[in-house]
Structure formats: C-alpha cells, structure tokens
Write a protein that binds this ligand. Sequence first.
Ligand code: ADP
Ligand code: MG
Length: 607
Amino acid sequence: MSKIQLLSPRLANQIAAGEVVERPASVVKEVLENALDAGADRVDIEIEAGGVKLIRIRDNGSGIEPDDLPLALSRHATSKISSLEDLEQVQSLGFRGEALASIGSVSRLSLTSNDSDEGSRGQMAQTEGRDMAVDVRPASHPRGTTVEVRDLFFNTPARRKFLRTEKTEFNHLEEVVKRLALSRYDVNFQLRHNQKVVHNLRAAASQQEMERRVASVCGPAFMQQAVFVETEVTGLRLWGWVGLPTFSRSQADLQYFFVNGRVVRDKLVAHAVKQAYRDVLYHGRHPAFVLYLELDPAVVDVNVHPTKHEVRFRDGRSVHDFIFRSLHRTLADVRPGDQTAPAVGPTVDRETGEVRQEGLAWGGEQSAVAMAAAPPSAFVPSRAPTSGQVTGQMQGYAALHPQSLPEQDTPEDVPPLGYALAQLKGIYILAENAAGLVLVDMHAAHERITYERLKSARESEGIRSQPLLVPQAVAVSQREVQVAQDHGELFASLGLELAVGGEESLLIRQIPVALRDSDVEQLLRDVLADLIEYGSSDRIAAHMNEILSTMACHGSVRANRRLTIPEMNALLRDMEETERSGQCNHGRPTWTQLGLDELDKLFLRGR
Ligand code: ADP
Ligand code: MG
C-alpha cells in the first residue's frame, strides 16, 4: 500500500477547522458573516453557556435554494466567487467556502433555510461531525436562514480542553458581534445569552443614530470624548471617531479599524495610528478609535489569512501616510471649545455599579466630589500681585495682553475657556466660561504652548545641523544601505547627512545640532528598520520633539508662581490658539470643565 494517502473529507475539514474554528466566537463570526453576505438586515443571535452548548443565528437574508443546502455544508463550496478575477475584486466577507464544513465537522450543526416567501417551503440539513453525510428534510422557516450549532468540539476533546470559562468565551463572542455591528449600521442585531438580551441594536441611518450605536458598543464615555473624522484623497477615504488623548486606555481594547467594511488588525494601520497619537498620548497609554478606511478592493488583498484579519495593501506606504496625516491633523486641531471638555463628572459603571471617573482615565481618585470637599476658603480669589513681582516667561503674557473686560461681554462673546477668576494653590487657574467653571493646570498648559512654539520655530527656521569631525561608520545590511540611499532626501531634510561607506556600511557625516547628545547610530538603525517595515518613519522628528519637549518643560511656568488675572487670561487665550493644547507634552490633560449642572448636582440643587 502506498504511504501517501488522500485525507478523508472529514479529517480534512477538521484540520481546516483547526484554523478557522478556534472557539465559539469564531463560529459566531463565520455564521454572522454569512448572514450579512446573504443581504440580511436583521440577525438574532442566541447563545447558551458561552456558546459551547448552543449558538443559534437566524437571519432574514436571501436564503439557500433547497438543492444547494447539502452543498453549503461541503468544503470548498461557495456561491461567492467562481474565478481568480472574482477573488481579486471580492466584496463579500466570505469566499473560501470552508466555514460551514469546518464547523459541521466539530459540532452538531443544523442549517434551515428558505429562499421563498412561502414559510412552508423551508428545508433543513443536519450533520453531526460525521463524514459530511447530510440528511435534508422539509421544515418551516420564513425567508432567510437559521444556523444552529450545538455541542461545539464534542468530538474533538483536545480542542474542548482549550476553552475557557463560559464568561470568557461569551466575552470573546460578544466582541465579534460588536465588531460586526460597527461594520454594518444598516443591520439590526440582537444578542441574547442564556435567555437574557445583552444587545439590541437597531439599524442606524443618521449620524446621530450611528453615534448612538457606537455609544452602546464602545460605552457612552467614548462618544462624549471622541471627535468625528472624515478625510478623503483620490482613491482613499477615512472616517469615523477618534478618542481624545485624554480618553486613553490602559489597554488597546477599544480600537476598531475597518478596511472596506472588514475588521482588521493590521500592523501597518496600527503603526500609522500610534504615530499620529505620539505627541499627545501619555506614555504607555493606548488610544481609542472606531475608524473606517475605504478604497478600491482591487488594491487590497484580503486573502492573506484564513480568518481574514490581516490585509495587504498594494501601496502600503501611501495608505500609512494617509492614515497618519488625517489623524495627526485631526488631533492637532482639537481646541478648547470644539468638543466636550474632558469631563470630571463621575459616571456609574453599567456592569459593576461602581462610580468612576471615565474622562480622566488615570485620575480616578480625583473625583468631582473630592474637589467639592475642599474647604471653601480654597476658592477665595488670590490677591493679584503687582506685575513687578512676576518674573520670567510669564511677564510676556501681561505685556502682550492688557486687561480684558469680562463684565461687558455677552454670553456668546465669552471665549471657550472663559475669564480667570483666581489661582488655586499656585497650581490651578479657575476661570468662568459660558458652561460654568474651568480648571486649568497652568504648568501643563504653558508647557504645551511653549513646546508648540518651539516646534513651529524649528519648522520656520529649518533644522540646524553640524558636520561631524570624523564621519561615523555604521555597519548595516545591503538592504539597509539601499533604503538609506532611496530615502537620502528624507534624511537630508531632517539634518542627517549620510554617505555610503561600502557594501554594508553607512557613514554619518552630519547630524542635527539638537541631536548632538543623542545616540544617533541607534536612531539611524531604528529609522532604517521602520522604513523597511512601514515605508516611513517619524523617529528622528519624534526624537527631536522629545528634546524640545524637555526644553519646554524646563522653560515653562512652575507651579507655585503667582499670576495676575491678566496673565491668567493671556494664558487662557494662548491655549485657545495653540494646537493640541488640551494635553500637556506628556499627554496629561491641561484643563477640565465643571459645568453648572454638575455643580448643581454636587450641591443637590434641583433646577
Ligand atoms: P463562504 O462564506 O466562504 O462562501 P461558507 O462555508 O461560510 O463559505 O458558506 C457556504 C455557502 O453557503 C455560501 O457561499 C452561501 O452560498 C451559503 N450560505 C451560508 N450561510 C448562508 C446564509 N445565512 N444565507 C444564505 N446563504 C448562506
Ligand atoms: Mg462564510
């Protein structure tokens, strides 16, 4: 007997299931995607015991022709593509034709469907992890399809052992539903677990309805602190919501990126987003976003991975660049008054009932209640010193901005950050604006202003660089030499002059003055690695920015410095003008708003 044998269809399916069906969540993903591909606008998902016992998904899509029913359950059977050209243009979520076969090989699966409007003409097909022997019989079902998956992995005990608790499995599964719900606003989704409704998301058409869905999927705090983005260049469109840097997370758990409606977790995309937040995010924090990239399906390959979570862009570099630029601009443009201020109002956690500070994700202890508990004397306006007592940088504020006359302004004329009332403990400025009380951390705010000024000065004056007495040789690979040559102009524009020293060697001839105390060799290596991987790198600029940021920090007004009211007002006006002024250079918030209604709540004052 020959040693090489064809695998039985059942074993082949079980092997494929190893890739595609990892846990209940993967079943939900595949079955839901089929429902969406079938044009359903309503899907009901019923789960028992985290999906291990039962997953039942009913849709009102096109349904399956009776003759096709057994085929739907066999491997490499799909109605979605029939040629390589189709694959290159594929718009459906599925196309590999292996999901149902794989799931059927590791569970008890039944597929009931009707492609007509006569409810009695439905058919049901069943498999039980068997050799794809499918029996079909009549069953009543409205137009659409119901897939029922029971006892997942009942015949593959090794797989079953890898399953976690019911709650964990359900969380994974819920995440799948959330992603798909964010990818299709036009579809109604209902998710039930052990007979309880967990999500009931109604189809959303208007921007407001869409935002409501995002809020129920990502939490209301995200929506309150997110800005809407929409940018377009030829062939590329990016839209969605990005969380303000002050709404950062300790984990990368609120990041949704869709490419042509398909959720992806892509390295290139992740890098572009991270880079856009680089200047405004507190170290080690993760941004939150729900973003949609739309481009010609022909220039993105989705057939890179069985679960299709990764994609390959034909021109990855311009996609990276586009995402980075769009987000970078959006984040820079956020000014006081454009959006809801980083709220200090406490919110109640829906699940635990725990009261917490959603806005200032890292400042849980500094609750609005604690602020109000400060003795009233702390709010007594400080006696403004005469300007002669003020030294250093802050004098500029008084000189540039003479007295403003707040009393004469009508409410509409009040600037976003309002007018200063007093200084608290030499750290905070208290100001009054149309909404109520504004609190500003004056050092943090001034630091950002100084930093942005230093950056624009560098942009207008150009980067100063100095030649090295002895060029520094750096051993690199041939590929890196090539990349360095290809990007010669980029390096030159950053003040770094390179020359080829040999087949595997580069020479650093000239470096930016700002980097004279830095490890330029390491920086160069990192930049080359970025260029190879992502086609771009902002490391040099980021590193120079870090140096400017340190300079700004030292050059900025220190805590415990008394400021006059005009100086404080001048600082507020500067904040309104300055890019990214909502966060200090380290990503901490520079100001917050306590609205009148929040104050009223603190004092139990009904209105
Ligand atoms: P693929 O989605 O890659 O085509 P599947 O194994 O997931 O492969 O499904 C096989 C086929 O069964 C699909 O191509 C489709 O024709 C049919 N099918 C599966 N689920 C549904 C559904 N909910 N509604 C209509 N047709 C379906
Ligand atoms: Mg499918």
